[in-house]
Design a protein around this ligand. Structure first.
Ligand code: SF4
Length: 236
């Protein structure tokens, strides 16, 4: 029997298929067919068959490598970044993230939940700890560890990087390993700030639908993290 939920999901899927998606970039991060996580490569292959018009690959970072701020999410959402090819674009998490970036001067334009909306990031870049969409949004520890080489490469590609916002515990844990910090030196906590040499790591709960619906994360709590980042970057 077709449920209301699945009918709604099907409507979303067919509408999503008609929207613009980004094409794979030639040389940013992992190859579009990266085979290093067999489970994720197989999942990606299944979705490519089902939704050939979607991006369906490791999602490259959005924003200039000259930026001072890098936001690290968990992984592409199935109908968000995995569909559109731009981090946090087209799913619920982007509806909180991008307006917050606009409010604190880290973006310019209008966020319309599609990669051709003309939105520009200002001194800000967005990437993910895991580049490929995982089933149920849950990468395994081995997949997180395997993809960390690309997170490290992302850090190394940003010569002016001074601030990193980790969205959620998994992004935090992978980031501190990528930065060479020990877990006891930098425990995850919403609003915490950790020194990492000439960089600072700021922790936030992930801006997921679940966290905001359950009020684990309120828009005010999320904004306070970016207010602190803005103030610190402006202070020099
Ligand atoms: S998650 Fe990262 S390492 Fe794993 S297949 Fe995707 S790009 Fe490759």
């Amino acid at each position: 029997m077709t449920t209301t939920t699945s009918r709604t999901a099907n409507r979303r899927t067919s509408k999503a298929s008609a929207q613009t998606v980004l094409k794979p970039a030639a040389n940013s991060g992992p190859d579009h067919d990266c085979p290093l996580c067999p489970r994720l490569a197989s999942f990606r292959s299944d979705i490519r068959e089902r939704e050939p018009g979607w991006f369906n690959g490791p999602v490259p970072a959005f924003g200039s490598s000259d930026a001072s701020l890098l936001i690290v999410g968990l992984a592409p959402g199935l109908q968000g970044a995995n569909r559109t090819g731009r981090p946090f674009t087209g799913d619920y998490a982007g509806d909180l993230l991008y307006p917050t970036l606009l409010d604190y001067g880290f973006a310019r334009g209008v966020y319309k939940a599609r990669p051709d909306d003309g939105l520009e990031l200002l001194d800000c870049r967005i990437g993910n700890a895991v580049h490929c969409v995982p089933p149920q949004n849950k990468p395994t520890p081995a997949e997180i560890n395997t993809c960390r080489q690309f997170l490290i490469a992302l850090f190394e590609s940003m010569p002016r990087l001074r601030a990193i916002v980790a969205l959620g515990r998994i992004a935090h844990d992978s980031t501190i390993k990528a930065l060479g910090l020990r877990a006891v030196q930098a425990p995850f906590s919403h609003g915490a700030v950790h020194e990492a040499g000439h960089r600072r790591l700021y922790d936030s709960y992930h801006c997921s639908r679940y966290n905001t619906n359950t009020r684990v994360l309120t828009p005010e709590m999320f904004r306070s993290v970016f207010a602190r980042v803005r103030a610190d970057l402006d202070a020099g």
